[in-house]
Write a protein that binds this ligand. Sequence first.
Ligand SMILES: *Cc1c(COP(=O)(O)O)cnc(C)c1O
Length: 347
Amino acid sequence: MPSEFPQSLVRPAIRALAPYSTARDESEGGYDVYLDANESPYGASGLNRYPDPRWRSLRAAVGRQFDAAPEQIFLGNGSDEAIDLLYRVLCTPGRSNTVSIAPTYGMYGVAAAINGVEMREVPLKPGFGLPADDILQACDAQTAIVWVCSPNNPTGNAFPLDQLRRLAEAVPGILVVDEAYADFSGQSLLPELVRFPRLVVLRTFSKAWGLAGARLGMAFAHPDLVEYMCRVKYPYNVNLLTQRAAMQALGEPDRVRREVALTVSERRRVAEALQSNLEILDVYPSDANFLLVRVADAAATYRSLAGKGIIVRRRDNLPMCQGCLRLSIGTPEENNKLLQALTTTQQ
Ligand SMILES: *Cc1c(COP(=O)(O)O)cnc(C)c1O
């Protein structure tokens, strides 16, 4: 198994915590008569029983799909739960700090503020490159977590694995690499998880796996860190309907592969079409399922598209994103409507 996890990285109050144990944590299943959890025995909906708090079958299936040991896998109510739990497990409010790139996914900063943790934002290099040296310089002895999203939301680019490996070795606390869009980039640090005991890789069922409405996120990490996250989470944090939906999706990897391939080919087609559109000043290279584009007047283009029934994401208030809109890649028909609408705003 992996090398040693430094327990000193865990917030003392959490290290001292005795985990809350549910009736179902203590039983391994396989009984005939369940009279341990005060549930209704009448189950027309099939939902009368509590879900497995340790998600045993789903965790095993996720492990097979992503080639990880069950003990390395945390499952949460979206990646957002894992993000929040990492703060609660690793940071002491008013004392720890955390470092992220900018611009990036907003949730790292929101969760830092909620948890009373200082967020230090390090601007990307021109061209959206990873500022590895600046990140390390922003860290000090109180830096508990460094957040890097790759491919990055909203810029769309993936950072070279070599640079991420270097950070995984050099940051003082935990490096979290959020790979929510890795299915579209074809590169991941996940196969190397065991080499880096202080690395956490986040993945999600919300994007390529098509289950945003079910809320299921994954954190892959050293088993000790996963165990601390499990101590802090709500006992039944992934509901039964979600566990079933994810099991079903994991049984259809070929469908997901086809959808990812279509999205990647549509991404290329839409990018090329936008490059020859005079209103689009820049189309940034993307390794994800969206394109960041720059226009002269983001508010005007946004309003014009909205007037035609197409909603996109304004990102023009973020650092380095002046005039930028983020366009998700839809079905070929939806993408045609977007391209058509953008052509006619030119007149
Ligand atoms: C969409 C997204 C997620 C997914 O969050 P969920 O809570 O799992 O839906 C995570 N990280 C980034 C950067 C995202 O863009």
